[in-house]
Design a protein around this ligand. Structure first.
Ligand code: A3P
Length: 300
């Protein structure tokens, strides 16, 4: 099928930047103009790379491991900058916790604010992003889109929040900055306690004290487990139509195999090489790339 005949998600395009429909343009413009405070904590990511998981870790670390109050949503305490704009962030009480999906160059930067960036391999990200895009019917009008349709948009960078590779490269280049902590979703899967400790140390008080208390660490670990976060998903997202996957969906590494054809795996791998020269962020996921190569053997 030619690319033009494919079904494509719908977006709002503002200054050449794709956003989900329903994101007010004034929120986006005002969010970009936000002037951070030295005390701000940002969780930055490309969509579907473990943002919510990391946000909840930061929230719990900053709140003595106490879960969200019943009936409240994480976004009330940890808003999405380019959705709510400056006003939505400055209205927060206490130390500001801020989510963003902006690439580094567009993210409001303060040399002392803290930026936790979460990266995920592009294969699992693409599959998760596909399910997200078909599930949020009002944002994308893509309920009957297929993975094949979405894949063509993803590989061209024609999805909301822009091109995966540009985004990753922009933050990867900052990974050694003293106020940037670069973490991968896959590492969170492997060593959540290590990540909790690292984030706590990076964010500073009161998170660092919380991380020195073994009972708090155990409580946080339990609270951010896939099983616990799968419950009461209204905390993270608006409701989906019946039959659509949940927001906290599978939560595994390697789900790409369920959706990718060998040809698609080869194409995305080749694009990853082309965009990175086979270095830098390309080296983040050697096991996954070995699996992809094995899966794609013989694919044209
Ligand atoms: P899948 O769709 O692959 O399951 P984001 O918050 O950036 O939108 O990322 C969503 C992805 O993170 C989804 O991936 C979701 O299931 C996964 N996720 C959320 N909470 C998780 C948890 N506690 N453990 C593992 N994965 C989690």
């Amino acid at each position: 099928m030619s690319t033009s005949a494919r079904r494509r998600p719908r977006y709002v395009v503002h200054d050449g930047f794709r956003m989900p429909m329903g994101f007010p343009v004034h929120g986006f413009a005002s969010g970009l103009a936000y002037r951070p405070l030295a005390t701000d904590v940002f969780v930055a990511s490309y969509p579907k790379c473990g943002t919510t998981w990391m946000q909840y870790i930061v929230y719990l670390l900053m709140n003595g491991a106490r879960p969200l109050p019943p009936g409240r949503k994480l976004e009330e305490f940890f808003p999405h900058l380019e959705e709510v704009g400056t006003e939505g962030v400055t209205a927060l009480a206490g130390r500001r916790l801020i989510k963003t999906h902006l690439p580094f160059e567009m993210t409001p930067f303060h040399g002392e604010a803290r930026y936790v960036y979460v990266a995920r391999n592009p294969f699992d990200c693409a599959v998760s992003f596909y399910h997200h895009t078909r599930g949020f019917v009002h944002h994308y009008d893509f309920a009957d889109g297929t993975f094949d349709d979405f894949f063509e948009c993803f590989i061209l960078g024609e999805v909301d929040f822009g091109d995966y590779f540009d985004h990753l490269a922009s933050w990867y280049a900052q990974r050694r900055a003293p106020n940037v902590l670069f973490v991968t979703y896959e590492r969170m899967q492997e060593d959540i306690e290590g990540v909790i400790a690292e984030v706590a140390e990076f964010v500073g008080e009161p998170a660092s004290s919380a991380a020195r208390d073994p009972s708090m660490v155990a409580a946080i670990r339990e609270e951010v487990s896939f099983g616990r976060m799968s419950r009461d998903q209204r905390r993270w997202s608006s409701a989906r139509p019946a039959g659509m996957p949940e927001f906290v969906r599978k939560g595994i590494v390697g789900d790409w195999r369920a959706a990718f054809s060998p040809q698609q795996a080869r194409r995305l791998r080749d694009e990853f090489v082309r965009r990175t020269g086979g270095t830098g962020p390309y080296r983040l996921w050697p096991e996954i790339l070995a699996d992809v190569d094995a899966y794609a053997v013989g694919a044209g």
